[in-house]
Design a protein around this ligand. Structure first.
Ligand SMILES: Cc1cc2nc3c(=O)[nH]c(=O)nc-3n(C[C@H](O)[C@H](O)[C@H](O)COP(=O)(O)OP(=O)(O)OC[C@H]3O[C@@H](n4cnc5c(N)ncnc54)[C@H](O)[C@@H]3O)c2cc1C
Length: 301
């Protein structure tokens, strides 16, 4: 006998994709449980300046607030409920999809939309960085300007959040030594004129904790190294998919939609490295909720 279903649809992750899935599901009179590990719009909240977003929201915090309101309206109707928790496994079965939470709870529904986005690369993920004694570095894009002003800051990687951070904090009195590999060279072009940066193309970097903070040694191509002592080392090396165990993972580490169990859908940034934008995630989340809806309609004839 199949276990009781908690809803028509489970949504894992309440970013733009997950919220769009829940709103679409509720508008189709499906019941929906949204499970979020941090808070609704967790990633958006730390984005200081937004571009090309439906509605023209200027900051991620403003958009996150709107998403909270969208869910709240559907919570009032009783169709959507939002649960706090981290999903540690998803599974598709003949008659249901399941999501297991860190605390041992298992939720079941007709289908699940997994929209857990991407997370920052760690030193262990970057072949050009050696930081054996440093397991985790805080991501630049989440850093508060006040915590960095007047400090010796090294940024590892020249990924796009650097430009976002500088645009969001035009008055911040910071100096960043940005050490980036060849692959990031084209991305640093947009920030090359910012006097607050020291941009340095490197081949390899080592980071070691020392009593004063961190000792960072950067090797340039063709030889030659320089050593800096930093109060803070921030990660800006790019991102990787936040894969939930149970999903099928492709060669690039992302979760291709066509490879998943028919009752397990993926949406948003988790699907692939291309087009990681809010508008795309919203449209994709809505599409993911429509799939099980129309599949059920087709079965009923
Ligand atoms: C610095 C920066 C600036 C950006 N600027 C722009 C911009 O200007 N314009 C634009 O269009 N896009 C921008 N983006 C990209 C945009 O933020 C993403 O494309 C968008 O947020 C993707 O939405 P998503 O719902 O797929 O994932 P996310 O927004 O990452 O949401 C995923 C959610 O899932 C939750 N979650 C993760 N794992 C679990 C789990 N196991 N269980 C439960 N919940 C989980 C997370 O806490 C999070 O709330 C920017 C990104 C960054 C980092």
């Amino acid at each position: 006998m199949s276990p009781t279903r908690d809803a028509d649809l489970l949504v894992v992750g309440a970013g733009p994709a997950g919220v769009a899935a829940a709103v679409m599901a509720a508008s189709l009179r499906m019941t929906c449980v949204v499970v979020e590990a941090e808070e609704v719009g967790a990633k958006l909240r730390a984005i200081g300046a937004l571009e090309n977003v439906p509605g023209g929201w200027a900051t991620g915090a403003a958009l996150a607030k709107a998403l909270v309101g969208d869910l709240a309206r559907h919570q009032e109707s009783g169709r959507v409920s939002v649960m706090s928790g981290r999903v540690v496994r998803v599974a598709g079965h003949d008659d249901r999809a399941e999501a297991a939470l860190e605390d041992g709870r298992v939720l079941a529904a007709s289908a699940a939309v997994v929209a857990t986005g991407v997370t920052a690369l760690e030193p262990e993920d970057a072949p050009w960085v050696e930081a054996r004694e440093v397991r985790w570095l805080p991501p630049l894009w989440r850093a508060a300007a006040g915590d960095l002003e007047g400090r010796r800051v090294v940024v590892l990687g020249g990924d796009r959040p650097l430009g976002t951070w500088l645009r969001a904090h035009p008055q911040a009195k910071v100096h960043f030594d940005v050490l980036f590999p060849e692959a990031d060279r084209y991305k640093t072009a947009e920030v090359a004129d910012d006097a607050r940066l020291g941009l340095d193309l490197v081949e390899r970097v080592t980071v070691a904790p020392v009593p004063e903070g961190f000792r960072v040694t950067a090797w340039r191509r063709g030889g030659g190294a320089r050593t800096l002592v930093a109060d803070a080392v921030l990660s800006n090396m790019g991102s990787k998919p936040a894969v939930v165990p149970g999903l099928v993972v492709g060669a690039d580490g992302y979760c291709p939609p066509d490879a998943q169990h028919p009752r397990v859908l993926v949406a948003g940034d988790l699907k692939g490295a291309r087009m990681q934008r809010i508008a795309v995630a919203m449209g994709d989340g809505a599409r993911a909720a429509l799939e099980p809806y129309y599949r059920a309609q087709a079965v009923l004839g």
